[in-house]
Ligand binder design. Sequence first.
Ligand SMILES: [Zn+2]
Length: 281
Amino acid sequence: MAMKTYFSKPKPEERTEPVCCPVCGQSKTRPHWQLDGYAFARCIGCSHIYQNPRPRPTDLAKRYDEDYKQYEVENAENFFNLMRLGLADLGFDEIEASLPADRRFIDIGCATGVLVRHMADRAWESVGVEPCEGSADYGRRQRGADIRTGILETAAFPDAHFDLIHSSHVIEHIPEPGAFVDEIRRVLKPGGWCVTVTPSVAGLQARLLGKHWRSAIADHVHLFSPPGLQRLFADRGLQPVRLKTWGGIAKGLAPSPIKTVVDRLAKRCGFGDVMALLVRG
Ligand SMILES: [Zn+2]
């Protein structure tokens, strides 16, 4: 069985609350996957998969503690390489070349700030926001990255401020992704770009493994499909430009020549395990 992604276990004192679907606004759901201490439901309106009821935002925030920081520090290089591949596939070079010299970048949920540092080195005005205090502090001290502790919604950036907004493996953790996208739209320049990377619940791995899928974890309060993610942004005035998916089958689940073929097919056909959406303001 494939290993699940790192996650914190729901604490016994956590409480849940009923919520509406961020994609279509419907409040009715059907049970989807029941796991140990948490459950995913399927929206009867648009089939979005999410935790409903879900833990309260204040309880979720407490999960990003010292253990979480350790996980981010240990995986920083690996995550950075994946982010660079994703950005390249979405046409980052052309986007960068089209922008003026005083371009601004933000990485939301920047962890220890590797990408923030990388963009600063490419002559972008580059900033990150990160709710995990330990990770943010590490990035400031070890990398000299400009990282604000907290979340986008409380960082209070000016209107129409950024040319490129990036978040990788963040939106599935956010209790109210609709409000999050509204804030992205506010701080994005008109004509600016936003890249969102998140697991795809419509991918081959999720379909094969069901609730044992590595991304069906307690910290993921939303599991998006490509149409759901695109609708979330489009309904808030951010136009989908390109969507790519990667990863056909988990390491160890198939012999390596088969994995290579499935990975290639998954990418071509859009049923990869992780998706990246490029939208424009
Ligand atoms: Zn819905």
